[in-house]
Design a protein around this ligand. Structure first.
Ligand code: NAG
Ligand code: NAG
Length: 494
């Protein structure tokens, strides 16, 4: 049964119960409804009001999540990461049959999302970092919007969710929502990917000790309401592994040929443990292997962020393969290096597969952490000239009349381009889609948009126009001197 028809069945079922007032108002205007929810709930889920949907009025909204009293609310809001030792917020899950359904959660008819690769991942992966205070506020996170967003995604076939112990309440929100959706989408119908070892912004906030790794994964299991995780990554290993590289910023593609020795990537260097940092990564990886053998984890991976991770990711993947038990890293997730401004990852795809034998690659942040948008987040490390180039790119997309502007062009590029490097791809019209793209999703509308762009790209709709505008944007970055440029983390040790 297609997701659409599954939805229609549900749609009719809920029409039979007295919720039409809600559905009626949701049909009246999604934007107004979102504004209503954002303004704060009138009807709150509490022990005294266990069925708030029965008392809800058309101009009221509900609060899905009930944070327990034990936890200081402000600590929960202000702290990006909930420490392993601190009390955890608990959340009340509404009986799923009663979770209001809305028109904005109906998938658009069209091409089904591809499921592909070694681990049968969907072409798009749900980025659950959106369920944190870095991207959304409390009233959003405590509303029904996360549930609607996840439900919409699942109905489209976005059946893999990425999160982390580091993303504030993300695991808790996701776990709550998925538990609520269990009757429509049982645990076996999707994959859960989380991360461990990173608990804050700077190096001091990384803890790769085997004890912490185990406790972190155990907490993730509890938060996500599951007894197994499909993937657990060591989060942003470049902060922990030794820095073997001749420079910190700029472009690191020479690591693959001329400078391979300086990056520890030459033939014969694979099994080198360069220092304590490397050893800490290996010890953490060994603990994850134990948890894999205990059946708690299916696949183990490593991730790298936007500083200088690619040579380090390759070096660590080679190291893991070349020391006992000589087993390759299962899966690798790369942030911010497969997008319009920086596509350095593409050069690393072949060696990651051929030399490090990694079965599954995933790329994330097609918008380069919000860089490729008209409103770049204030915390983004991009320097002023690069920000100016982004402004010029926004204008170029507007001048070309491209619907959706720069973010649309950037999403399409990430989905289109990375798969031209798939081992099975013959040419650029025959994408193999071995490499899923992880997209952060906050509201149902973003799910619809992402799938729409994926379909356009997959079906080569307006391909030459799309390529033309992509090239314009790439030229703007090239002229600014920031094409393919990576920045050093602002928090690296001196
Ligand atoms: C929360 O975010 C929404 C947008 O998602 C915004 O409209 C609303 O004003 C914000 N609420 C608060 C209390 O900041
Ligand atoms: C960037 O510009 C230089 C010349 O200024 C050119 O040689 C190079 O091909 C350009 N790169 C891309 C990717 O367009």
């Amino acid at each position: 049964m297609s997701p659409t028809r599954g939805f229609m069945k549900h749609w009719f079922a809920i029409e039979a119960i007295p919720l039409y007032a809600i559905i009626g108002f949701a049909m009246g205007g999604g934007a107004w409804y979102l504004t209503r929810l954002a303004r704060g709930p009138n009807v709150v889920w509490t022990n005294n009001n266990r069925e708030p949907w029965n008392t809800i009025k058309p101009d009221q909204s509900t609060k899905l999540i009930n944070v327990n009293d034990k936890l200081e609310k402000s600590a929960f809001r202000l702290d990006m990461v909930i420490p392993l030792d601190s009390p955890q917020p608990t959340f009340v899950i509404p009986p799923s049959a009663n979770i209001l359904d809305t028109l904005e959660e109906i998938p658009e008819e069209g091409l089904s999302l591809t499921v592909t690769g070694a681990f049968r991942l969907p072409a798009l992966i749900f980025g659950g970092g959106s369920f944190s205070h870095q991207y959304n506020n409390d009233s959003h996170l405590e509303s029904l919007i996360p549930l609607r967003t996840v439900r919409t995604a699942l109905r489209y076939g976005i059946t893999a969710f990425d999160t982390s112990a580091y993303y504030g309440p993300s695991e808790i929100v996701l776990g709550t929502v998925l538990k609520g959706l269990e009757p429509e989408f049982p645990r076996s119908s999707y994959q859960l990917m989380t991360k461990c070892g990173r608990y804050g912004a700077d190096r001091e906030a990384f803890d790769y000790s085997p004890k912490t790794i185990r406790r972190s994964v155990e907490r993730s299991l509890a938060r996500l309401n599951t007894n197994y995780l499909d993937v657990v990554y060591l989060h942003d290993i470049e902060f922990v592994a030794e820095e073997i590289m001749p420079k910190r910023t700029g472009d690191h593609v020479s690591a693959l040929d001329a400078d391979s020795k300086l990056y520890g990537l030459a033939e014969g260097q694979e099994a080198n443990i360069w220092g304590d940092g490397d050893q800490r990564v290996l010890d953490a990886y060994t603990e994850l292997r134990k948890m894999k053998s205990e059946g708690l984890i299916k696949y183990i991976g490593i991730t790298g962020m936007f500083c200088y991770p690619l040579p380090t990711l390759l070096r660590i993947a080679l190291l893991i393969l070349h020391i006992p038990p000589f087993e390759a890293v299962d899966i690798l997730l790369s942030y911010s290096h497969s997008n319009l401004q920086n596509s350095a990852f593409h050069a690393f795809i072949a060696p990651l597969r051929a030399r490090a034998h990694i079965a599954q690659l995933v790329v994330a942040s097609p918008l380069n952490m919000g860089l490729l948008t008209p409103c770049i987040p204030a915390w983004h490390p991009a320097p002023a000239p690069l920000r100016a180039a982004v402004g010029a790119a926004v204008d170029a997309c507007a001048a070309a009349g491209w619907p959706g502007g720069l973010p649309d062009v950037a999403l399409g590029y990430a989905m289109r381009k990375v798969n031209q490097f798939g081992i099975r791809a013959q040419d650029e019209h025959e994408a193999a889609e071995d490499v899923p793209v992880l997209v952060g999703l906050s509201v149902p509308e973003e799910v619809h948009k992402s799938v729409k762009i994926w379909r356009e790209v997959r079906q080569n709709m307006d391909l030459s126009k799309r390529q033309e505008i992509e090239q314009k944007v790439i030229n703007i970055f090239n002229e600014s001197g920031y094409l393919g440029w990576s920045w050093a983390s602002p928090t690296v040790k001196p």
